[in-house]
Design a binder for this molecule. Structure first.
Ligand code: SF4
Length: 382
């Protein structure tokens, strides 16, 4: 396939230059054969392990995924074990990885596969694509790696590599750019090694043609074919339009401690079943950055007796589209236990907090405070 790239000549006139994009296939595969990283999921060539690793790798770095993948495969070694698990167990194992809808969709898909596909992931792109949480990219990666289907998988890494190889000035955030790259890959993907080719493209993007700063062109197996390199304009590609700024939400987080019981308990609430961090546990929190006086009024309105109230350090958590700016309070209280009780509250022993309840990383500052409290309490009792 001849792919035309538009370049600006010395005269400032736009010229067309052709790049045979299929010529990247052989050098890329040769490079992959000798440079592929040793990763735990590459030791598990079964579709189930490939699926789990691909979902975990969405939006998450390889180094962060490895311990999660290992723990997951020990807890749920196959699809049947996963399908029999509860959502709380699955979310607990996912705790800290973020984008929790991925974990919930894995569980939904596992149960569907047990019911509709005899317990094995389907070996067809369309059927994979129909499962919860499996989009075009993931269906392409599972299909090509696990079932050797010649289907593309195009993510941000692949978009970046192709944009540089072809010096393409199109904004890679557009649907048109994605469609174009997907079609380019579909045309050149080798029928005998589709999974290796897709992984080689991803590997090149993750380890050589890096997103920030200068790519490592000196060790790139396709540098002799790269138009951005030829023009010495590597950092100008890919072209991306600016993202809208994230919305900032102020919150007041209440770490409530009931020390009138032993061991002490803390209050948790379950988030709604849909939306951000759906179904996860959280500390009670209120919109806005509230004063100590206002917090006292609120606790009072829930019939709590307040023994002490301490303002905690501010903390911030960044999601894709929103930032939480949090003001925290640690309050030692006696719950009312009556009709005035905080709706939906669950008072949980602080000793079992970390073992049984999945709390999102957004609350890690407050988890650490409770952990330190627990440690100092244990030391006092030794
Ligand atoms: Fe990326 Fe450089 Fe390789 Fe081009 S030569 S694909 S810019 S690493």
């Amino acid at each position: 396939m001849l792919f035309y790239v538009t370049i600006v000549g010395k005269t400032g006139i736009f010229m067309k230059q052709s790049l045979k994009i299929e010529s990247i296939v052989d050098p890329l595969l040769q490079w992959y054969d000798s440079h592929a990283r040793i990763l735990p999921w590459r030791d598990h060539p079964d579709p189930y392990a490939i699926w789990i690793s691909e979902i975990m790798l969405q939006q998450t770095r390889v180094e962060a995924v490895i311990p999660y993948f290992d723990r997951w495969m020990k807890a749920f070694p196959d699809l049947a074990a996963l399908a029999a698990a509860s959502e709380d167990e699955v979310l607990k194992l996912w705790e800290g990885l973020g984008y929790y809808s991925r974990a919930r969709n894995i569980l939904k898909a596992a149960r569907l596969v047990m019911g509709n596909h005899g317990g094995s992931l389907p070996a067809s792109y369309e059927e994979l694509r129909s499962l919860p949480g499996i989009g075009e990219y993931t269906a392409g990666s599972i299909g090509s790696i696990a079932f050797q289907l010649p289907v593309p998988c195009v993510d941000g890494n692949v978009m970046r590599v192709v944009a540089r190889l072809t010096a393409n000035p199109t904004d890679i955030g557009t649907a048109a750019a994605k469609k174009l790259v997907t079609e380019q890959i579909r045309e050149i993907i080798p029928k005998d090694r589709p999974g290796d080719f897709n992984q080689a493209m991803m590997e090149l993007g993750a380890t050589v043609c890096l997103p920030n700063g200068l790519p490592k062109c000196e060790i790139c197996p396709v540098s002799h074919l790269c138009e951005a390199r030829r023009q010495n304009r590597m950092t100008e590609f890919p072209v991306k339009s600016g993202k809208p700024p994230r919305k900032i939400e102020q919150k007041t987080v209440l770490v409530l401690l009931d020390e009138t019981v032993q061991p002490p308990k803390t209050a948790l609430l379950k988030r709604p079943p849909s939306g951000l961090l759906a179904g996860l546990w959280e500390y009670p929190n209120i919109e806005g950055s509230l004063s100590e006086e206002k917090v006292r009024q609120i606790l009072d309105s829930y019939g709590m007796q307040i023994f002490s109230l301490l303002k905690l350090q501010e903390s911030k958590h960044i999601f894709t589209h929103v930032e939480w700016h949090m003001t925290g309070y640690l309050a030692s209280v006696r719950p009312s236990g009556g009709a005035a009780e905080l709706p939906g509250v669950r008072w949980v022993c602080i000793d079992e907090l970390n073992e049984r309840f999945a709390l999102p990383a957004a609350f890690k500052t407050y988890n650490q405070i409770l952990r330190r409290y627990k440690e100092s309490r244990n030391e006092r009792h030794e």
